[in-house]
Write a protein of this length. Structure first.
Length: 127
């Protein structure tokens, strides 16, 4: 795919996979949609050479930055995480899914990556 064109908000609402990569630029960015079940989280991660942008499409997300900074984000809010910063994204709801999209720069997962669950992503060693 050369580029992504489409209704990213609608795509994010409808997607039910843990991670679904829609675009990877050869030199710049990757677009992925993420769905977290109630209380599910992505786990602590750090990308040494990847900056990341997150935008919440549905639900409430708790972002933990470097284990000592927390931010609660709601629908329509966004956060950036620079390379080298530890972070975790947690669905802050006991009953509703968290749906977001994220942009990595440069890409961190292969184009068309599709993980149905967090367990599948961990099994592929691609979290």
């Amino acid at each position: 795919m050369i580029s992504y064109v489409g209704p990213i908000e609608e795509t994010t609402y409808k997607d039910t996979y843990f991670r679904h990569v829609f675009f990877c630029g050869k030199r710049s960015r990757q677009l992925a949609v993420v769905n977290l079940d109630p209380w599910e989280d992505i786990g602590d991660e750090v990308h040494q050479s990847v900056d990341q942008f997150f935008r919440i499409s549905e639900g409430n997300a708790k972002f933990v930055i470097n284990s000592d900074e927390e931010h609660l984000l709601r629908r329509g809010e966004a956060i950036t995480v620079p390379a080298g910063i530890h972070h975790n994204v947690i669905n802050a709801s006991a009953s509703k899914p968290l749906k977001l999209y994220t942009i990595f720069s440069p890409p961190d997962h292969p184009y068309s990556t599709l993980h149905m669950t967090l367990a599948a992503a961990k099994a592929a060693a691609d979290v």
